[in-house]
Design a binder for this molecule. Structure first.
Ligand SMILES: Nc1nc2c(ncn2[C@@H]2O[C@H](COP(=O)(O)OP(=O)(O)OP(=O)(O)O)[C@@H](O)[C@H]2O)c(=O)[nH]1
Ligand SMILES: [Mg+2]
Length: 363
C-alpha cells in the first residue's frame, strides 16, 4: 500500500523512457511538455541514442558492461546494465511521487531493464505505470518470446502495464503507411496516455483526483485499461468515451472484471451535469458492480480540444495475449490513414532498425 500524500501541489512525476522505443516516445513528450511537475528521464544502454534523446536527465545504464553500445537484444544484458546503475536509478525514483514509463518490449534494454526499474519503484512504495509496445510478428518469434517473458515479469512489479501491439498498427493504419510514420503514430499514443495522466495528477480539479485516489486504484491487482478520448462538442462525448475504451491500437482488456476505475473529465470550459452523469454511468455499467469508481473533473484552458476523457480501469483480466497476435491474420481491407508526409531525421528511425546498420565507431 502506498503512503498517503496530503495534496498534489508539489507532486513530482517521473517519466522514464527506457530503451530505444522509450527514448523515441520521450522525444515526442519533451517537445510538447506543458507541466513542470513532470521530469523526463531517458534510460538506455545505447550512448548514441541517449545523445539524441531530449530529456531532463540521460542515464547511461551499464556503461562498464556494454560500453555504451546497447544490449544487443539480450534482456539479461539489459537487466545487468540496470543493476550496475542501481544507485543512479534509485536516486531518480526516490525524487518522484509517481513513475510513468514508456518502453518497447522485444529488445535487450527495454525488456531487461524495465522489470528491474518497476521492482525498484515498487520497493520504494511508488506507484509505477508502464506503457509498452509489443513487437511486430514480422520481427520473428525470438523477439516475440523475449517480449512475452518481459511482459510477464513487468506485470509482477508494475501497478499497471498498458500494451500497444505493433501489429495493430498495420491493422489500423493499413499496410501502405510508411514504417516511420506508423511508429510516430504509435509513439504519439504512448505520449497521449502519459500526458493525460500527468494532466490529471497535476491540475487541481473541480472534483479532484489526487495521488491517494490514484494509488488506491493502482493497488487493484490485475490487468489495466487506460484510454483517452477527445472531442470538441458535448454531443460527441459518448463517441469520445467509446474511443477511450476501444482504442484499436491498445491491447483490449475485458473491463467487466475491473475492480477499480478512474474517470477523469478535462474540459476547457464546463460540462453539463447530464453529460457528466452519462459518462460516469456508462463506465460504471461496464465494470464489476463492486468496483471502486473515482471521478474527477478539471478545467484546463490549454487543452487542444474542448473535452478530454481519461479512463483507467484496473484489476481486470486480459483477453488477448501476445501469442494471439502472432497467429496468421488477414488484415482487413481498410483505407489506410494518409499520414502527412514529414521529413525523417535519422533519429526518427527506430533504433532497432537503425542499429542493423554499422554503428559509428568511436571506441
Ligand atoms: N511503436 C514503436 N515501437 C518501437 C519503436 N522502436 C522500437 N520499437 C519496438 O520495440 C522493440 C524493442 O526495440 P528497442 O526499443 O529499439 O530495443 P531496446 O530496448 O533499445 O533494446 P536493445 O537495443 O537490444 O538494447 C522492437 O522490437 C520494436 O518492436 C518505436 O519508436 N515505436
Ligand atoms: Mg536499443
Amino acid at each position: 500500500m502506498f503512503q498517503l500524500i496530503q495534496q498534489n501541489d508539489g507532486l513530482s512525476i517521473g517519466v522514464f523512457g527506457i530503451g530505444g522505443c522509450g527514448c523515441n516516445t520521450l522525444n515526442s513528450i519533451f517537445e510538447q511538455r506543458e507541466s513542470e511537475q513532470a521530469h523526463l528521464y531517458s534510460v538506455n544502454t545505447d550512448k548514441v541514442v541517449l545523445e539524441h534523446t531530449q530529456s531532463d536527465e540521460a542515464v547511461l545504464i551499464g556503461a562498464e558492461l556494454t560500453h555504451g553500445y546497447g544490449a544487443g537484444a539480450d534482456p539479461k544484458v539489459g537487466l545487468q546494465a540496470a543493476e550496475e546503475s542501481k544507485d543512479q536509478l534509485l536516486t531518480l525514483i526516490n525524487g518522484c511521487d509517481i513513475i510513468l514509463c514508456a518502453t518497447g518490449l522485444g529488445g535487450g534494454t527495454g525488456t531487461g531493464a524495465s522489470p528491474y526499474i518497476a521492482q525498484l519503484a515498487s520497493e520504494q512504495n511508488k506507484p509505477v505505470i508502464f506503457v509498452a509496445t509489443l513487437p511486430f510478428s514480422s520481427e520473428g518469434q525470438f523477439r516475440s518470446n523475449i517480449a512475452q517473458a518481459g511482459l510477464n515479469e513487468l506485470k509482477e512489479h508494475a501497478n499497471a502495464v498498458i500494451t500497444l501491439p505493433n501489429d495493430q498498427l498495420i491493422e489500423v493504419l493499413g499496410n501502405d503507411i510508411g514504417l516511420f510514420d506508423a511508429f510516430k503514430h504509435s509513439n504519439q499514443i504512448l505520449h497521449s496516455l502519459i500526458k493525460s495522466l500527468i494532466d490529471m495528477l497535476c491540475y487541481q480539479g473541480l472534483i479532484n483526483v489526487d495521488l491517494n485516489d490514484f494509488a488506491k486504484i493502482m493497488d487493484c491487482q490485475g490487468d489495466a485499461v487506460l484510454g483517452v478520448g477527445k472531442c470538441n462538442d458535448e454531443s460527441e462525448l459518448t463517441t469520445a468515451l467509446d474511443s477511450a475504451l476501444n482504442n484499436p491500437l491498445v491491447n483490449q482488456v475485458d473491463m467487466s472484471s475491473s475492480t477499480g476505475v478512474i474517470i477523469q473529465v478535462n474540459c476547457k470550459d464546463e460540462i453539463s451535469l447530464g453529460s457528466y452523469n452519462l459518462i460516469t454511468d456508462t463506465v460504471r455499467q461496464q465494470v464489476s458492480s463492486n468496483a471502486l469508481v473515482i471521478c474527477g473533473v478539471s478545467k484546463i484552458e490549454s487543452l487542444s480540444t474542448n473535452y478530454e476523457l481519461l479512463v483507467i480501469a484496473t484489476g481486470a483480466s486480459s483477453k488477448m495475449v501476445i501469442d494471439d497476435l502472432n497467429k496468421d491474420k488477414q488484415p482487413e481491407e481498410k483505407e489506410p490513414n494518409k499520414a502527412e508526409p514529414e521529413t525523417t531525421d535519422i533519429f526518427d528511425i527506430p533504433a532497432f532498425i537503425r542499429n542493423q546498420a554499422p554503428a559509428p565507431c568511436t571506441k
